[in-house]
Write a protein of this length. Structure first.
Length: 538
């Protein structure tokens, strides 16, 4: 059997451990363990299974760099798993926070009105998880919860809303604003329901160049209720700091989709919390989609992917009964005419100059791919689409490459001073003085603000985006491009499910059936031992 190939960072960490270890250490065994734990952590698995790397743990405990629970050593071995110390400690702290909020003696609801059950649980508990796919009513449920909390006397200013990214926070407040107008709520209550959402980093009090935040157990958030959307995007570090910053008597409600992609950072904590029965009394999994009818192809496709039904997935993709879902398994690439047609309303809106219409029309289509590099990666695709679209957009004499009227860009680095966050989408358009500016929605309906291109933090063109970056977004139509690679660890069931559920009215999949089958069969394992820790302490 061939030896695994490790990343240079894994080798660097192993080399460091050799230098720290005692002279009697089993260097061969230590190297195996360090590389395995390092590689697992880079892939999002903080609790690395020892079964994958047979070593003599007893001899390694004498090395000086491998310890047991309670010891301060670079690597911790506990039972059948090993951790980098930092992540072992995060897991311990988070488990302790959850134990203090957990409800025992109840079971997760599987029948009846799950939204009503979620409301009732939120009113009497200090911790609640609400998971569900697109259209299952997460926002409707949380808006009803907010209305009941206000009726019970909770002051609006003591309710805080947040999401992992600026884009997700904006979507959260837009969804709550729309939902409370739709629900038959008393006018006074509807007017009091808070809408303003912030990023988690801003909520917790981000300190530049520091791991910690201003709000801690000693300085908790000034809130009686904290509600966080898109919780599947939260990594182990941020989740731990969030739990520790919420006062013991306050409520913490997490919203998300357990079947979506894990966090880009380390640790798929939301999925781990939903996976077993340790938190059965603190979670509700919404089942019924109100967005997709039974005959809707996108809903059927998402459901088939979620339960790993390969036959049904291919049937939906190829059946004429679902015209909104298309599989193109013989295409050699993207078609320029298809892009022009898909963004026709966008091209027309840019000509007119109505900002609200421009942003709405841009979301009629998005190209998604799992890759950044390569022929079908984001970087190459955006350059190609630039060439296609620029021919049909207004010329601007003062614009210089890479800028042009109608260029969409996505911020890739947080800039708190300018209130711009990773994932925010802006569009280059002329200002009233004729100069090109990048316009961003403010979060208030119909309002936008302009930033000079030179003042933007790190950014990239956004015709195409990675599936990871699409989390928290919805588009009318998705053009999903899956490369023909035999070994693509990124492409798994969660990635495929996330891409499909970004589409509202249609999806066109460019992929072979073999690629789709491989994706369906590849599932990310649990990233932590949280379920086991919580079950052991029940």
């Amino acid at each position: 059997m061939s030896q695994p190939t490790y990343h240079p960072l894994d080798e660097q960490l192993a080399s460091l451990m050799y230098r720290l270890a005692g002279t009697a250490a089993d260097t061969a065994g230590l190297g195996k363990l360090v590389r395995h734990v390092s590689a697992s952590t880079r892939e999002g698995i903080i609790a690395a299974p020892l079964v994958d790397v047979p070593v003599d743990v007893a001899s390694l405990l004498a090395s000086g760099v491998v310890g047991e629970p309670g010891e301060y050593k670079p690597l911790i071995v506990e039972g059948s798993h090993a951790w980098l110390y930092r992540y072992w400690l995060y897991e311990q702290r988070l488990a302790q926070c959850i134990r203090a909020r957990r409800v025992a003696g109840e079971t997760s609801a599987e029948v009846a009105d799950l939204q009503q059950i979620a409301v009732e649980m939120a009113l009497r508990q200090r911790f609640l998880i609400i998971s569900g796919g697109p259209g299952t009513g997460k926002t409707t449920t949380v808006t009803r919860i907010l209305a009941h909390l206000l009726e019970q006397g909770i002051r609006p200013e003591r309710i805080l809303l947040a999401a992992p990214t600026g884009k997700a926070a904006m979507r959260m407040q837009e969804s709550i604003r729309d939902t409370k107008q739709r629900l038959a709520l008393p006018a006074e209550i509807a007017a009091s329901i808070p809408e303003q959402a912030s990023t988690l980093h801003r909520l917790l009090g981000y300190i530049p160049n520091r791991v910690g935040f201003r709000h801690t157990p000693e300085n908790p958030l000034p809130a009686d209720v904290v509600i966080v959307d898109e919780a599947s995007m939260i990594d182990i570090s941020l989740m731990t700091h969030l739990f520790e910053a919420v006062a013991p008597q306050a409520k913490l409600i997490l919203l998300g989709d357990k079947d979506q992609l894990a966090s880009v950072e380390t640790g798929s904590i939301f999925r781990d919390l939903c996976a077993g029965e340790a938190l059965a009394g603190n979670k509700v999994v919404l089942q019924k989609s109100h967005r997709f009818a039974a005959e809707d192809g996108i809903g059927q496709l998402a459901q088939a992917i979620r339960i790993a039904d390969e036959e049904r997935m291919l049937e939906v993709l190829t059946s004429p009964a679902y015209p909104e879902v298309v599989l193109d398994d013989g295409a050699d690439g993207l078609d320029a005419a298809q892009l022009r047609a898909g963004w026709q309303a966008y091209l027309q809106a840019v000509q007119v100059g109505d900002h609200a219409a421009i942003f709405a029309a841009f979301n009629t289509l998005r190209i998604l791919t799992p890759l950044r590099k390569g022929r079908l990666g984001v970087e190459t695709l955006n350059v190609w689409v630039d060439g296609v679209m620029q021919k049909h957009l207004p010329a601007h004499g003062a614009a210089s490459k890479p800028w042009y009227v109608g260029r969409p860009v996505m911020v890739t680095q947080n800039d708190y001073r300018q209130n711009l966050f990773n994932g925010d989408i802006g569009i280059a358009l002329p200002a009233s003085n004729g100069e090109l500016r990048v316009w961003f929605p403010t979060g208030e309906a119909g309002k936008f603000r302009a930033i000079a291109p030179i003042r933007l933090p790190a950014h990239e063109t956004a015709w195409a985006m990675t599936i990871h970056k699409s989390q928290g977004s919805e588009f009318n139509h998705v053009l999903l491009v899956l490369p023909e690679l035999d070994d693509l660890p990124l492409l798994g069931r969660e990635l495929l499910y996330t891409a499909v559920t970004r589409a509202k009215t249609g999806i066109h999949v460019l992929a072979s059936r073999a690629t789709l089958r491989r994706a369906l069969q590849q599932v990310t394992p649990p990233s932590s031992r949280l379920q086991e820790r919580l079950q052991a302490s029940a």
